[in-house]
Write a protein that binds this ligand. Structure first.
Ligand SMILES: [Zn+2]
Length: 383
């Protein structure tokens, strides 16, 4: 298949078609280049369909599609959205209509309007044929082999790319400034037309830039995988300012639908938080939790903070984690996982009796938990 694609590329002359303004509903590839691109991406889609990393929860998928259709109108039928369980913020759009959303995005968008802003941005890359244009630009730089390398990677490799591969894809698929500007300005217009708060676009990207700042401050360096979105959609202060100005032109009308968004994510919240904490990305995760708590710390957020400190386990961290777990069980005594965290933390601090008592409480609340046998062993009582 890749061979045929290569042949199609070699056969096609270096003529650059004028940009098609916007494709309409039911769009199909128009020439060899485009058919080749679609072929590679169709293969990729077959892999996605079989992947264990795709989150298939019908309720969540229906919700995301509903939001997308509000934004894309009847063209939403041409786009298939795959929600992939990867704890980074990313969204990407392939020319054949495959959109991927990484689960880390849900933790970072604060409301439905912000999710819609990202969907609108990606939809514009699709509707304005940006990846085809980009493909032609890359090919004209005689970088065909690197580009095909992606095809091979996509077709043959697993879905979870390494940070290096993500960066490579990022650098090759990076859209131009003009394309980003177009996707931005369209996303604001699409938000306003769908009665979403148009300032959601500038907010969601601004939050992401702040998170990157927190990560860099803590680590003193940048990690490429975590910044996958920055590779394909370069973010700048200039873009943010531009988005804000555009939003203001539409006025302050529009909804964010925060409650609806949070209710939809509730069933996935624990997985999202667990995946984030497992990244061992302390600075960015702490920043993220603080900003999620901007209008009050909930039990879930306190618990996540306890887990974060217990996982880092530097001097004083375990002690700190017990305070967060306590804050949870004080306000919500049936929060089983907080008793679990508290129990393990206290045992680690050699406060054996208190630790065992907390674990017993955990086991009372969650007798069928996966780690129940181990927890029960640690309580000193044989089940
Ligand atoms: Zn973009």
């Amino acid at each position: 298949m890749i061979g045929r694609f290569l042949a199609a590329l070699v056969a096609s002359a270096l003529c650059i078609a004028p940009l098609s303004a916007q494709v309409a509903r039911g769009y199909q590839p128009q020439d060899e280049d485009e058919r080749g691109l679609w072929m590679v991406m169709d293969e990729y889609e077959r892999e996605l369909q079989a992947s264990n990393f795709v989150i298939r929860d019908p309720a969540l998928n229906a919700y995301v599609n509903e939001v997308f259709c509000r934004i894309a109108g009847d063209q939403c039928e041409d786009v298939r959205i795959y929600i992939v369980r990867t704890p980074y913020f990313n969204a990407s759009m392939a020319p054949n209509g495959v959109m991927q959303i990484w689960s880390g995005l849900f933790l970072r968008a604060r409301n439905e309007a912000q999710l819609a802003a990202v969907l609108g941005h990606e939809f514009t890359h699709y509707r304005n044929l940006h990846s085809l244009q980009q493909f032609r630009t890359v090919r004209d730089r005689t970088n065909v082999m690197s580009f095909l390398g992606i095809g091979l990677f996509v077709a043959g490799g697993g879905l979870l790319a390494t940070a290096g591969q993500l960066a490579m894809i990022g650098s090759l698929f990076a859209y131009s400034r003009e394309m980003e500007r177009e996707a931005d300005s369209e996303s604001v217009r699409l938000l306003a037309e769908a009665y979403y708060d148009p300032s959601a676009a500038s907010r969601v990207w601004t939050q992401l830039i702040a998170e990157r700042g927190a990560r860099e401050e803590e680590r003193g360096r940048r990690d490429r995988g975590e910044d996958a979105i920055f590779g394909t959609h370069p973010l700048s202060a200039e873009r943010m300012a531009d988005l804000q100005v555009r939003a203001e032109r539409f006025g302050a009308e529009g909804e964010t639908y925060r409650a609806r968004y949070q209710a939809m994510l509730a069933a996935h919240w624990q997985d999202l938080i667990d995946d984030q904490i497992n990244l061992n990305d302390f600075g960015a995760t702490e920043h993220l939790l603080e900003s999620l708590a901007s209008d009050g710390w909930t039990s879930e957020l306190y618990y996540a903070r306890g887990e974060l400190y217990r996982a880092r386990a530097q001097t004083g961290d375990i002690e700190t984690s017990t305070r967060y777990y306590r804050a949870v069980v004080d306000r919500q005594p049936d929060f089983a996982l907080a008793w679990r965290g508290l129990g393990y933390a206290l045992l680690r601090l050699d406060r054996t009796e208190d630790g065992q008592a907390a674990l017993r409480r955990y086991l009372e609340l969650a007798p069928d938990a996966e780690d129940a046998p181990m927890a029960s062993m640690l309580t000193g009582v044989t089940p």
